[in-house]
Design a protein around this ligand. Structure first.
Ligand code: IMP
Ligand code: MG
Length: 183
């Protein structure tokens, strides 16, 4: 669905579908250059990273392996507690592999900080992070992110995989949610 289909629910469109596609192509090109001659496994974090993974993987002009993890933070509602539980682990043994974790947004950084150290303990050749969005003002943990699409203000955004109560994930664009939607 397009921003026009849910225009009443959005305060504004931050990034259009075309802008997102262009930026993902750039990120994929950077990754492709950095991993030239190396085997590469990209790990998508379910469910939000599905769109980024699908578009990024298809932007590569090389082979890339894809695997998925699902994690959940203990703690209530919208607050990340930093204690992370693995709901679905990798199917792949990553020892000796070059891994890029792909996520759609870094907010507090708690999830990816935990995930990076978890994957690093499995003896991979390397672990890096690629995220489409990052909220620098919300960061509570230092997370070393190699590939960032855009830094955004500390506002709740939806679309392109990002949800509010499981809705808006299938929105093609990324926008900020109007306050009336929360109430
Ligand atoms: P963390 O706070 O960096 O651990 O982020 C954990 C997760 O919260 C992200 O992967 C998203 O799934 C979700 N999240 C954080 N900010 C937003 C937002 O603005 N919109 C939708 N989901 C978000
Ligand atoms: Mg996520």
């Amino acid at each position: 669905m397009d921003a026009a289909d849910v225009s009443d629910d959005l305060l504004n469109v931050l990034y259009t579908e075309a802008e997102i596609q262009a930026r993902i192509k750039e990120l994929a090109a950077d990754i492709e250059a950095d991993y030239a001659g190396k085997d590469l496994l990209i790990v998508g974090i379910l469910r939000g990273a599905v769109m980024v993974m699908a578009d990024m993987a298809r932007s590569f002009s090389r082979h890339v392996e894809m695997d998925w993890m699902a994690v959940s933070s203990y703690g209530s509602g919208t607050k990340s507690s930093g204690v992370v539980r693995i709901l679905k682990d990798l199917d792949t043994d990553i020892s000796g592999r070059h891994v890029v974790i792909v996520d759609e947004i870094i907010d507090t950084g708690l999830t990816l900080s935990w995930l990076t150290s978890n994957l690093s303990s499995r003896n991979p050749a390397s672990v890096e992070i690629a995220t489409l969005l990052r909220k620098p003002e919300a960061l509570q943990m230092p997370v070393d992110v190699k590939y960032v699409g855009w830094d955004i203000p500390n506002e709740f955004v939806v679309g392109y995989g990002l949800d509010y109560k499981e809705r808006y994930r299938n929105l093609r664009d990324i926008g900020t949610l109007a306050p009336h939607v929360y109430s």
